[in-house]
Design a protein around this ligand. Structure first.
Ligand code: FBP
Length: 568
């Protein structure tokens, strides 16, 4: 009989009891993919739905192939009419951007629908691997091992933006060398923007017969900012990340009236949009949750935000509750109007003075910037603590995004609220702790929702490849009544935005809408949550049992569903 030590050694490399069990977990499959209980390819037909770009004319100019082929019409999956079997297709898949739970199930879904007659390749390390031509054939035993597991480690990922002619040429070479018929890009708004450009570039004259290579997208990101109303309820990874964060925030909330001495400022990952913060607030009901989009819309200054938090702290302290939780969205700094104005100019200055700023210390960088920024913006920048200034000058990512995960906004808020309370209510003791939850939630084992959502998105992307479609993003809707598989035209999602100080065509990030049912529910209740201890602790995400089938609250509210249960 094996000793305990031998058993413990046997759990190495993802073989814990838990991981063994989740691999066996059944993920529900949308009915359209099932014929006599077997996964079967589908056809795609007109759905009567469409998406509209604000810059449709400019997009038409830049995407002649895709716009002629797909226009702005959304397709819907339907059972196949013919028995024709597609064979010998060579499809490759890559992950792009930050990891999100469920990516491995996308791969499993594509693999299963392609079946034994076709081949799936995995591209290592994201777009970088595509440029280098670093791919390998995916085998059935790999799928067995990765099914339902978290992370992107099977393939790896990166944030390279494919933009130079040489990079596009290298991608073409990879496709030709490996005789690829289709490419699936699993990524967020920026990566799906990349997918649209690739689909246009690879539209024709790639293969020997003069045809092109299909490019398809799958909506991934824990940020939840890739959603298109009823046509795409959410991106994958959001549910798992928010459930992990909600468990931790719930635990901290439970600690506050137990130890009765701390205010916890918790920054939550999620980039620009506050979907993650809103979802976690609805799941846990803290005393304060800031929503960046509200701050921008109401034109609230940094001082007003500080006053509002301090008011809650002082009132609670006077009612014997000198403790609580403040939830802070990761990207808040970009939404405070005076900061938005300053950052817009700063982003441009950093892009223009990139070489001069390299290897300089903070004081030298300030000197360089003082001639590039307007006086009021420079005064604001210099008034911020140096730890914030440093991070604001950090390199933008390849897509031009400020790296908000590196900016300790929660510390800035604590420092400013402390000063305010000292002045306004010196009798109130204000003991604080700060946290940043982000990386903790990106790679966990997918919730049942994400496991099912991603497997079906994978089936959809694979089915689009088999159906010969290009320039579409797979989508899965109707989550409360059996599910519907849609294909959304990528080019029609593009709009013009300023990135790296220049106009670029990108997929717009979906922000929290103040007239959405989820936000309205939040504002209806937040005053009560601020005064009394009405918080709840959702506990760890469940893969079995009564709460396993729960979808994100914001999704259920915004889609107009009657309950939280997803029914596929
Ligand atoms: P994506 O948009 O690529 O999905 O990134 C998600 C994210 O987790 C953001 O929430 C966060 O700001 C960022 O990645 C952090 O990036 P990095 O992994 O480079 O630190």
């Amino acid at each position: 009989m094996a000793s305990l030590e031998q058993y413990l050694n046997s759990t190495e490399k993802g073989k814990s009891l838990f991981e063994g069990e989740i691999r066996k977990l059944k993920t529900p499959v949308c009915k359209v993919f099932l014929k006599a209980g077997k996964i079967t390819p589908v056809d795609f037909k007109a759905s009567g739905l469409a998406v509209k770009s604000k810059d449709a004319l400019k997009v038409k100019e830049k995407f002649p192939h895709l716009i002629v082929k797909n226009g702005d019409k959304i397709l819907i999956a339907a059972a196949k009419k013919t028995k024709e079997k597609i064979k010998n297709k060579r499809v490759a898949v890559l992950f792009s951007g930050g990891p999100a739970a469920g990516g491995h199930n996308v791969v499993a879904g594509i693999f299963d629908i392609l079946g034994a007659d076709n081949t799936l390749f995995g591209i290592k390390a994201g777009p970088k691997g595509l440029i280098k031509g670093d791919l390998f054939e995916i085998k059935p035993e790999d799928i067995k091992r990765i099914k339902n597991t978290g992370g992107f480690d099977y393939l790896g990922s990166d944030r390279t933006k494919i933009k130079t002619p040489e990079q596009f040429e290298a991608v073409k070479k990879t496709c030709r060398d490996n005789k690829l018929d289709a490419l699936v890009v699993v990524g967020g708004d920026d990566s799906n923007t990349n997918a649209a450009f690739l689909a246009e570039y690879l539209a024709e004259h790639i293969k020997e017969d003069g045809s092109g290579v299909q490019v398809l997208g799958v909506p991934k990101t824990i940020d939840g900012d890739l959603q298109i109303g009823k046509n795409l309820p959410i991106s994958f990874g959001f549910d798992t990340a928010t459930k992990v964060f909600a468990e931790m925030v719930g635990n901290i909330l439970q600690d506050t009236p137990s130890s009765r001495k701390y205010w916890h400022f918790i920054k939550l990952m999620g980039r620009a949009a506050s979907h993650v913060a809103l979802e976690v607030a609805l799941q846990t009901k803290p005393a304060v949750a800031l929503i960046s989009e509200e701050i921008a819309e109401k034109n609230m200054s940094l001082n007003q935000i500080i006053e509002n938090i301090a008011r809650v702290v002082i009132e609670r302290a006077r009612n014997g509750k000198n403790y609580g939780v403040v939830v802070v969205p990761e990207g808040i700094i970009e939404f405070i109007p005076e900061m938005t104005k300053m950052l817009k100019e700063l982003n441009k200055a950093v892009a223009e003075h990139e070489n001069e700023l390299e290897n300089k210390d903070l004081a030298e960088k300030r000197d360089i910037l003082s001639s590039a920024l307007a006086a009021d913006n420079m005064t604001l920048f210099s008034s911020l603590p140096e730890y914030i200034q440093e991070m604001m000058l950090f390199d933008r990512d390849a897509h031009g995004n400020l790296q908000v995960s590196q900016i300790p906004t929660e510390r800035l808020l604590i420092d400013m609220v402390k000063k305010h309370i000292k002045k306004e209510a010196p009798e109130v003791k204000f003991a604080t702790l700060n946290h940043f939850f982000g990386y903790e939630g990106r790679c966990g084992v997918p919730s049942l929702f994400d496991a099912a959502y991603t497997y079906n998105l994978g089936l959809a992307a694979g089915a689009l490849a088999l159906a010969g479609k290009t320039g579409y993003m797979a989508s899965f809707t109707g989550l409360n009544q059996g599910g519907k598989i849609l294909a959304i035209p990528l080019a029609a999602l593009l709009n013009v935005e300023v990135r790296h100080g220049k106009d670029e065509m990108v997929i717009e990030k979906a922000l929290v809408e103040l007239d959405s049912p989820a936000f309205k529910y939040f504002i209806k209740n937040r005053e009560r949550w601020a005064k009394e201890d009405l918080f709840n602790s959702p506990g760890p995400r469940q893969l079995w049992g009564p709460s396993a089938n729960q979808m994100p609250i914001t999704v259920a509210l915004n889609q107009g569903y009657k309950g939280l249960e997803f029914k596929i």
